[in-house]
Design a protein around this ligand. Structure first.
Ligand code: HEC
Ligand code: HEC
Ligand code: HEC
Length: 404
């Protein structure tokens, strides 16, 4: 009697177990394709994520903050590239383009990237999100700081019209301000990335030589050929300008103001860095203290460009208490601080209200901060709950004790 009952129980358990296994298998079969697909998407996601950093480190300097192209260097956010075969794109990126500024990137062609990484770049060009890429480039502090274009000074430009062949010089100045200033600098005086063209040694070169360089560029350098962008007579106008630059007054092609790009993340980082490094002199809200002037005032922000702020913060103000931060912070940090300071501009007061009494020895600042933090409502709420709980525990304990 008891034996058959336990037998039945065994059968029941066996059936249930088998049923569960079949159910599990069924579910697995049902969900497997979706799982494989999402695993595939995860891989693509990881590759695109890697690719954005590789882009920031290797390509942004030429192809721009978000693949928009710079000067004569073509954009990569180009729908035509999304439909090009992955194979052709792979070849372009790994081998570069012969006789242009586009270098070879794959290790087998002497470049720095593995085939896997080149493939990641292909994925970026075909499926990437250029807005997200822009954020990555900015957050890594690798946004190209080159001024893209500028406007010639109207009065000086007018004056140049009356020089011999003035119209040709004017054409060239307009083109220089639109296309070349980004690398060759204001008034052609050069930048970190390209040599001065307003230079006696360059004026000595022959027109043919200069014409060839502008037309074809210099392979393997940032200097691309301009024959796809400029007409032959425009190129020869550029050569005329380069050869007669000594007749062009300084200030004709002024330095443009390139705003430093920001993201929510970079502004948050700038805020942290400001509090940690700058607030003890410039005040927690940039209103100044007896030690250092206000930064958060209209007069400073409207007259100081991002580039100028960056320069002051990087180099400090020699002979004053303002330290040079360039050798203590990464470029990304310096740019993040400028971005943070700039967002004050919209609400900056006309006249600052310097914070008096901030500063002081570090222990006093720390003490003030601790007291301020303690006054936060969350801390107060936590303390109240803690007190209430311990009070009830004590009273329960007390009642029990009295009972005994
Ligand atoms: C030194 C400047 C420079 C750098 C750095 C650079 N490129 Fe280029 N790239 C160029 C130039 C110039 C061209 C146009 C070549 C031509 O005229 O065919 C180009 C063309 C391309 C093209 C073909 C575009 C088209 O419309 O056919 C792709 C794709 C490309 N680059 C991807 C990249 C990637 C990815 C990186 C980073 C790993 C990179 N480039 C870095 C200068 C550069
Ligand atoms: C993306 C950056 C970039 C842009 C834009 C650019 N150049 Fe250049 N250019 C360079 C670099 C870098 C060199 C130096 C190449 C080398 O090392 O040989 C150079 C060299 C030159 C030279 C040769 C100077 C010499 O020493 O003989 C001339 C001429 C020149 N550029 C003219 C122009 C003109 C005109 C424009 C605009 C139509 C222009 N460049 C736009 C980067 C640029
Ligand atoms: C030890 C004190 C001190 C610290 C710390 C300090 N500064 Fe300054 N800063 C000064 C003084 C003093 C000046 C005024 C220099 C002068 O007289 O031109 C100044 C000037 C400046 C100016 C120029 C203001 C103008 O009116 O043109 C900027 C911008 C600036 N500081 C930014 C910063 C930033 C950003 C930090 C933190 C990374 C920082 N400072 C940290 C003392 C300080």
């Amino acid at each position: 009697m008891t034996e058959t009952r336990s037998h039945r129980l065994e059968i029941l358990i066996g059936t249930i177990a088998t049923g569960l296994i079949v159910l599990a298998l069924g579910l697995y079969i049902l969900f497997e394709p979706a799982r494989v697909q999402s695993a595939g998407q995860d891989i693509l996601h990881v590759q695109l994520d890697d690719a954005m950093s590789l882009y920031a480190e290797n390509c942004a300097v030429c192809h721009g903050l978000q693949g928009e192209g710079i000067g004569s260097i073509p954009p990569l956010d180009n729908p035509a590239l999304r439909t090009m075969t992955a194979d052709d794109l792979f070849k372009t990126i790994s081998r570069g383009r012969f006789n242009t500024a586009m270098p070879a990137w794959s290790q087998s062609d002497g470049g720095p990237l593995s085939d896997y990484q080149v493939n990641e770049m292909v994925q970026l060009v075909q499926f990437g999100d250029w807005n997200a890429t822009k954020d990555r480039v900015v957050n890594l502090g690798l946004a190209p700081l080159v001024p893209f274009t500028t406007e010639p000074d109207p009065a000086l430009f007018e004056q140049i019209g009356s020089l011999p062949d003035g119209a040709i010089l004017q054409t060239a100045i307009k083109i220089f301000a639109a296309e070349c200033v980004s690398c060759h600098g204001a008034d052609g005086l050069g930048t970190k990335i390209a040599p001065a063209l307003n230079d006696p040694l360059i004026r000595e070169k022959t027109a043919e030589e200069l014409n060839r360089t502008v037309t074809l560029g210099r392979a393997g350098t940032l200097m691309a050929g301009w024959n796809n962008v400029l007409a032959p007579e425009e190129i020869s106008a550029m050569v005329t300008l380069i050869q007669r630059w000594n007749e062009i007054p300084l200030g004709t092609i002024p330095a443009p103001n390139v705003p430093i790009a920001t993201t929510t993340e970079s502004i948050a980082k700038g805020s942290d860095l400001f509090i940690a490094n700058c607030s003890r002199c410039h005040g927690p809200t940039g209103q100044g203290t007896p030690r250092a002037p206000a930064l958060n005032v209209k007069s400073v922000l409207t007259t100081t460009s991002d580039q100028a702020l960056l320069q002051i913060i990087t180099n400090g103000v020699p002979g004053t208490a303002m330290p040079a931060w360039g050798n203590r912070m990464a470029d990304a940090d310096l740019q993040a601080i400028v971005g943070f300071i700039r967002q004050w501009e919209a609400t900056a007061p006309e006249v600052a209200q310097p914070t008096v009494g901030v500063g002081g020895p570090p222990w006093r600042q720390a003490a003030t901060q601790t007291v301020k933090a303690a006054l936060d409502w969350r801390v107060l709420l936590g303390l109240t709950i803690l007190l209430a709980t311990s009070f009830s525990l004590v009273s329960i304990g007390y009642t029990e004790l009295v009972k005994k």
